[in-house]
Design a protein around this ligand. Structure first.
Ligand code: PMP
Length: 468
C-alpha cells in the first residue's frame, strides 16, 4: 500500500482492470483505466494540478490568489481540491445543467460556484466563458486556468497517464481509446504512447456522434464532458489548443443511448460503475475490438464514476423522461404512452423565409393549426434535433401573412419522453390546458410534438362519463 505526503501527491497512478465479462467474445484483451480513483473523482485532477503548479511556477498565481475556471465540472473539482489544500480561493463558473453531484462536490471543497445559463455563442458577453474572463479581469490576483488552451493540460497526461498505461501493460498496449473534451487526455497520453512504441499504438477518439471533432453537426448531447458542441449562432467553430489532432488515428461516433447502454451493462455484468463519457469510450472500444485479434491489447480510459450520475443515466425515471430506454423498460406495466399520442411534426428553420417554409409545408398536407417545429439553423444534421436546437413551435396559419418565421414562434418548455406512460407524474403534472404542446423526445432527440388535448383525451372522457 502506498503512502503519500499529501492528497495532491495521490493524484495519478490509477490501475488497469481487465474486462472479463462485458467484453464477451471479443478476441483482444480489453483493460479499463478507472480515473475516478483520483482523489477528486476524475481524470481532470491530473490536468488541474499540473495547470496550477505551472501557474505558481511562472508567477501567474501567487499566495492569496484566486483560482478561476470555466468548466463542465471535473476540472473545477480538481482545481477546487488543490486550492483548498494550498490555501487559495476558488471560483468556478459552470452551468446548472451539469450533474448536481458535481455542483455539490465543488461547494464541499469550499469553492464558490457561479452558475451561468445564457444560451449564447462563446464570444457573447453573457456566455459562461465571457463571465469567467470578466471576473478575472476585475479581480486582483485571479488566475484563469483555461484548460482548453493551457499546454500544462496535455503535458500532465504526457508525463503521467501515458507512462502508466505503457508500464502497466508491459508495453503490450496496441490501442488506446479515450474521449475528447479539451483533448488534453488523448493528446498527452496518445503522444507519449506513440513515441514510446515507435508509432505502433493506435489512438482512437471516442466521440459523441454529433461532435464536430469527428465531423458531426456540433449539436448538443446529454453525456457531459466529451465531444465538441457548436452554438447554432457561432460564426466559427473554435477548437482547443490542448487538442493535438495529429495524434488521433481514427474517430468512432457514439450516440447517447449507446453510451448509456454500455455503462449500464458494465455495472451489471462487470461490477464497474462508470460515468457517461466512459460509456462513449467503452462503446467505441467494443466496436473497434470486433476487428482486432488475440494479439491486441486495448486500453480504454474511463474519465469519471457512475456515482456522479446516479440521478441521470442510472435512473429509470430520468431515462424515461428523456426518451431513453433502460433495462427496466422491459418490466414496466403496459398502458398507453406519450409516443402513441405523439405526431411527427415537420421541421423548419428559424432563419428561412416564410415563403420557403410554406412551400415545404404544403407538401406535408398539414391542417392550419397543426404544430410545426422551428429549429435553429444547423447544417448537415446527423440526428433529429436536440431540444436546445428547437426555437419553438408555429403553425401554417400563423406563418401565412407573417414577415419572418421568427415572429410566429411560440416557445415550448415542456419535454416528454416517448416511452412515458400516460399515468407518469411528468405527464399528469403537465398543466398545459387546451392548446398546450410538448416536445416529444426519442433517445433524447426531438422527433415530434404532442398536444395536451391528445394526451388528456382519455382521462377527460372518463371523467365526463363518470359525471354523466
Ligand atoms: N469525460 C468527462 C466526464 C470530463 O469531465 C472530461 C473533461 N471535460 C472529459 C471526459 C474529457 O477529457 P479531456 O478534457 O482531457 O479531453
Amino acid at each position: 500500500m502506498a503512502t503519500y505526503a499529501s492528497v495532491l501527491d495521490s493524484i495519478g497512478g490509477t490501475p488497469l482492470i481487465r474486462l472479463t465479462r462485458a467484453a464477451g467474445t471479443l478476441r483482444p484483451r480489453v483493460y479499463v483505466k478507472p480515473e475516478w480513483q483520483n482523489p477528486g473523482g476524475s481524470v481532470k485532477d491530473r490536468a488541474a494540478l499540473a495547470m496550477l503548479r505551472r501557474a505558481e511556477a511562472d508567477g501567474s498565481l501567487r499566495a492569496g490568489g484566486t483560482v478561476v475556471e470555466v468548466t463542465s465540472g471535473n476540472t473545477g473539482i480538481g482545481l477546487a481540491l488543490a486550492a483548498a489544500h494550498l490555501g487559495y480561493r476558488a471560483v468556478i463558473f459552470t452551468s446548472s445543467s451539469i450533474a448536481r453531484e458535481k455542483q455539490d462536490q465543488l461547494t464541499a471543497y469550499g469553492a464558490e460556484l457561479r452558475l451561468v445559463d445564457a444560451f449564447v455563442p462563446r464570444d457573447h458577453p453573457d456566455s459562461l466563458r465571457s463571465k469567467g474572463e470578466q471576473f478575472v479581469a476585475e479581480t486582483p490576483g485571479a488566475w484563469l486556468a483555461q484548460q482548453y488552451d493551457n499546454p500544462a493540460n496535455p503535458a500532465a497526461h504526457y508525463a503521467s497517464t501515458g507512462p502508466e498505461v505503457w508500464a502497466d501493460t508491459d508495453g503490450a498496449v496496441t490501442h488506446f481509446v479515450a474521449t475528447v473534451g479539451t483533448g488534453g487526455t488523448i493528446s498527452g497520453t496518445g503522444r507519449y504512447l506513440k513515441e514510446v512504441s515507435g508509432g505502433r499504438v493506435r489512438v482512437i477518439g471516442a466521440d459523441p456522434v454529433t461532435s464536430s471533432y469527428s465531423g458531426g453537426d456540433g449539436s448538443q448531447k446529454y453525456i457531459e464532458g466529451a465531444g465538441h458542441f457548436v452554438h447554432p449562432e457561432a460564426a466559427v467553430d473554435v477548437w482547443p489548443q490542448a487538442l493535438d489532432v495529429d495524434v488521433i488515428d481514427d474517430y468512432v461516433g457514439i450516440e447517447d443511448q449507446e453510451a448509456i447502454d454500455a455503462i449500464r451493462r458494465l455495472a451489471r455484468t462487470e461490477g464497474i460503475l462508470a460515468g457517461g463519457s466512459s460509456g462513449i469510450a467503452l462503446a467505441a472500444a467494443f466496436r473497434i475490438a470486433e476487428g482486432l485479434t488475440a494479439d491486441d491489447t486495448v486500453v480504454v480510459l474511463l474519465p469519471d464514476s457512475g456515482r456522479t450520475y446516479l440521478s441521470t443515466y442510472f435512473n429509470d425515471g430520468w431515462l424515461a423522461a428523456n426518451g431513453f430506454t433502460g433495462p427496466a423498460d422491459r418490466d414496466r406495466p403496459g398502458g398507453p404512452t406519450v409516443g402513441e399520442h405523439a405526431a411527427a411534426s415537420p421541421l423548419i428553420e428559424r432563419d428561412e423565409t416564410v415563403a420557403e417554409a410554406l412551400r415545404r409545408l404544403a407538401a406535408d398536407g398539414l391542417a392550419d393549426d397543426d404544430p410545426v417545429l422551428v429549429a435553429h439553423r444547423r447544417d448537415g444534421r446527423v440526428l433529429a434535433p436536440h431540444h436546445s436546437d428547437i426555437a419553438g413551435c408555429t403553425t401554417p396559419a400563423r406563418l401565412r401573412g407573417a414577415a419572418t418565421v421568427a415572429e410566429t414562434v411560440r416557445p415550448v418548455g415542456v419535454r416528454l419522453g416517448v416511452g412515458l406512460a400516460l399515468t407518469d407524474p411528468a405527464v399528469t403534472a403537465w398543466d398545459g390546458a387546451d392548446g398546450g404542446i410538448a416536445l416529444v423526445l426519442d433517445r433524447g432527440r426531438v422527433t415530434g410534438t404532442v398536444t395536451w388535448r391528445a394526451l388528456h383525451r382519455e382521462p377527460t372522457l372518463a371523467l365526463t362519463e363518470q359525471a354523466g
